[in-house]
Design a protein around this ligand. Structure first.
Ligand SMILES: Cc1ncc(COP(=O)(O)O)c(C=O)c1O
Length: 388
C-alpha cells in the first residue's frame, strides 16, 4: 500500500489534498447540521458554507446566478436530472460515441420508454467530435445536444465552444458532461454557449464521493422528475419551481459539499493551469515512453494539445485486464482496465473484443518517478509477451 503508484485518477482522484481531509473533519465536527431547515446560529453557519460553495462553483463555470448551481450526488445524478427533465416523447437528442453510460443509459431509457429519438455522432480518427457533424443531425424536434467534454478513455477535450455556438444559433439546449474536465480545464458557460453543465466532486475537483451538481443557465428550465422536502414553504403541495430548490431534494451531502469546497479552493490557490501543466508534462512523458515500446498500442494520443491527463493503451496480443493485473500484482501500479463505462467508444475503436483498454489517469500528486516506473513495467510486460 505504501509503495502503491496510483494511476487511476480518471476513476477518482486519490489521495486528496490534506486540506480536504482536514476541512471535512473540522467542518463536520463544528457545523454539520441540516442547513436551511431552522433558524439557530449553527444552522445558519452550515448554510453559509453551502451558499459560499454555490457561489464559488457558479463563478468557476462563469454562471451569473449562484442559485442556479444545484447540488446533486454525483454527475450521474445531475445528468439524469438533465436528460429526464428536458426530453419527452416526440423529441430528438444528439449525443456522441464518446459518452459514458451515465449519459448513454438515461438516453437509452428515454428511447425505450418514451420514444425519444437519439443520434450518436462518431469521433474522428484523432478522438474529436467535429461540430459540423452535430449541425448536420439537427432536426426540427431536436431538444438537446449533450456531449462529454473530456473523454474518460482517451482524454481528448471536445470543441464545446464551437458546438455551443451551433446549438445557440439553432436555439437548442446544450449540455456538457464535465465529469473529467471540471477542475482540469476552464469551463466558461458564457463564452462556450453552454446551457447546462454536470459535474462530480470526487474526480478532478478533488473532493469526496457522493457529491456533484449542475449549473442551469437562465432561460433553460428542467422539468421536475422528483419531488420532496426542501426545508422551505413546507405547506406547498408541489415541489418548488425556483432554483436551487427546483433540482434539490431532501437533505444534501453537507460534508461532501465541505470537501468539494476545500478541493476547489486548493485548485484555485495552486492554479488550475499549473496543475494541468504538471499533469500534462507527465502524460507527455508517459506517451513518449510507451510509444518507444514494441507492441504497445496507444489510442487518441497523437496530439496532446486539447487533452487531459488520461491515456489508454494495450499491449499487442494481451487482454487489457491481464496487463492491468500484472501492473498491479508485480509492480504495485493501480490503473483501470476494461470499457470504462464507454461501450460505444470501444465499438468505434475496435477495442471491445480485447476487453477494452488499460487506462492511466494522472493526478496532481503523481511524479516523474511514478511515470518512469510505469514505463519500465509496461516495457517488461510487453517484452515478456513478445517472447511467449
Ligand atoms: C465522462 C464521465 N461521465 C460520467 C461519469 C460518472 O461520474 P459519477 O460516477 O461521479 O457520477 C464518469 C465517471 O467515471 C465519467 O468519467
Amino acid at each position: 500500500m505504501e509503495n502503491l503508484i496510483y494511476l487511476d485518477n480518471g476513476a477518482t482522484s486519490y489521495p486528496k489534498p490534506d486540506e480536504v481531509y482536514r476541512f471535512m473533519d473540522s467542518f463536520y465536527r463544528s457545523f454539520g447540521v441540516n442547513p436551511g431547515r431552522s433558524g439557530y446560529d449553527l444552522c445558519m453557519e452550515t448554510g453559509a458554507l453551502v451558499d459560499t460553495t454555490r457561489k464559488m462553483l457558479a463563478d468557476f463555470f462563469n454562471g451569473s446566478d449562484p442559485n442556479r448551481l444545484c447540488f446533486s450526488y454525483n454527475s450521474t445524478d445531475a445528468l439524469n436530472l438533465i436528460i429526464f427533465g428536458t426530453l419527452q416523447t416526440g423529441d430528438h437528442a444528439i449525443t456522441t460515441t464518446l459518452e459514458h453510460n451515465s449519459v448513454l443509459r438515461p438516453l437509452y431509457h428515454q428511447n425505450r420508454f418514451n420514444g425519444v429519438e437519439i443520434d450518436y455522432v462518431p469521433f474522428n480518427r484523432h478522438g474529436f467530435i467535429e461540430p459540423e457533424e452535430i449541425k448536420r443531425r439537427i432536426k426540427a424536434n431536436t431538444r438537446l445536444v449533450i456531449v462529454n467534454h473530456a473523454s474518460n478513455v482517451i482524454g481528448t477535450v471536445q470543441p464545446v465552444a464551437a458546438i455551443g455556438r451551433i446549438c445557440r444559433e439553432h436555439e437548442i439546449p446544450f449540455a456538457i458532461d464535465a465529469s473529467q474536465s471540471a477542475g482540469k480545464v476552464p469551463i466558461d458557460m458564457e463564452q462556450m454557449h453552454i446551457d447546462m453543465v454536470a459535474f462530480t466532486g470526487h474526480k478532478s475537483l478533488l473532493g469526496p464521493t457522493g457529491i456533484g451538481g449542475l449549473y442551469v443557465r437562465e432561460g433553460i428550465e428542467i422539468r421536475h422528475t422528483r419531488a420532496g422536502g426542501t426545508g422551505v414553504r413546507s405547506a406547498d403541495r408541489m415541489h418548488l419551481e425556483e432554483y436551487p430548490y427546483r433540482l434539490e431534494y431532501g437533505t444534501g451531502n453537507i460534508v461532501g459539499i465541505a470537501g468539494m469546497h476545500a478541493g476547489l479552493k486548493w485548485i484555485l490557490e495552486k492554479g488550475m493551469d499549473q496543475i494541468h501543466h504538471h499533469e500534462m508534462a507527465l502524460t507527455r512523458m508517459l506517451r513518449d515512453g510507451l510509444r518507444e515500446i514494441d507492441g504497445v498500442l496507444l489510442y487518441g494520443q497523437d496530439d496532446l494539445t486539447d487533452h487531459i491527463a488520461v491515456l489508454s493503451f494495450n499491449i499487442d496480443g494481451m487482454e487489457a485486464l491481464n496487463t492491468g493485473t500484472l501492473l498491479d500484482g508485480e509492480y504495485d501500479i493501480a490503473c483501470r482496465t476494461g470499457l470504462h463505462c464507454a461501450p460505444l467508444l470501444h465499438e468505434q475503436l475496435g477495442t471491445g473484443q480485447i476487453g477494452g483498454t488499460v487506462r492511466v489517469g494522472i493526478g496532481p500528486f503523481n511524479t516523474e518517478e511514478h511515470i518512469k516506473t510505469a514505463i519500465r513495467a509496461v516495457a517488461e510486460i510487453a517484452d515478456f509477451q513478445k517472447k511467449k
